[in-house]
Design a protein around this ligand. Structure first.
Ligand code: IMP
Ligand code: MG
Length: 229
């Protein structure tokens, strides 16, 4: 159990996406990206911190040459809070001018973070730009961003695991779980407080559907200097 500030205790709820489901989908995405970017050497930019595990797993299944980099952003507000204020904490090490860039994000929620990053990268004159997110919460979008590769669409619940945190906890889970408020006398909360929940690998009762691959023609090749629709 975690207490946020003056209260608001939470604990791990059900598994939304299992380790196996994630692994299968990450392989599919890597294969799709390898096909789309054949003959190119894209730069994968992972959004820290939530995208670090996703990037690490994804690149191991790529069959094309590529480079990686990181950019650390912070959206104000901890825990469940949402914020439109985005700050770049650590910039990437290289120039991305005239490069095919793929941003790797753990989750797209309101879209504000990606929108800021999109503007930044276009300003640096990338050759093409696409976003690959493990999770998408389309119902929470406040600003339009084009997420070209989506692992799973999830409902409007707070999720943790596979890089995603709640107050820096739970990033190490191999699956995606829902975080829920503690009900009085809740046994799961006690197990969570002891660290048991993070050791357990519950079998999934999956709520999230793998995002369907994009079908329409003309979506294969990255276009210059913009996100595709
Ligand atoms: P945005 O609202 O699309 O700008 O997303 C901002 C950031 O909020 C994400 O990159 C995550 O770090 C975090 N976030 C949004 N929803 C969740 C969630 O359900 N679990 C954990 N982090 C989240
Ligand atoms: Mg976070």
């Amino acid at each position: 159990m975690i207490s946020e500030g003056a209260g608001n205790p939470v604990h791990l709820g059900r598994v939304l996406i299992s380790r196996d489901e994630i692994e299968t989908r990450v392989r599919e995405l890597a294969s799709e990206i390898s096909t789309d970017y054949a003959g190119r050497t894209p730069v994968f930019i992972s959004l820290l911190k939530g995208g670090f595990i996703f990037l690490a797993d994804l690149v191991r299944h790529l069959t094309i040459p590529h480079e990686i980099d990181f950019i650390a952003v912070r959206s104000y507000g901890s825990g469940f809070e949402r914020s439109e204020r985005i700050e770049i904490l650590n910039d990437m090490a290289r120039s991305v001018a005239d490069r095919d860039v793929i941003v790797i994000d753990g989750i797209v929620d309101t879209g504000h973070t990606l929108s800021v990053l999109e503007e930044l990268l276009h300003g640096r004159e990338v050759r093409s730009l696409r976003v690959c997110a493990l999770l998408d919460k389309p119902s929470c979008r406040e600003i339009a961003v084009d997420v070209h590769y989506v692992g799973f669409r999830v409902p409007d619940v707070f999720v943790v695991g596979y890089g995603l945190d709640f107050m820096e906890r739970y990033r190490n889970l191999s699956h995606i779980a829902e975080l829920v408020p503690v009900a009085a006398g809740d046994a799961a909360a006690a197990a969570d407080a002891s660290g048991e929940a993070e050791r357990r690998n519950g079998e999934p009762e999956s709520l999230a559907a793998p995002a369907r691959p994009r079908e329409a023609a003309g979506e294969g090749a990255p276009r210059r200097n913009r996100l595709e629709s």
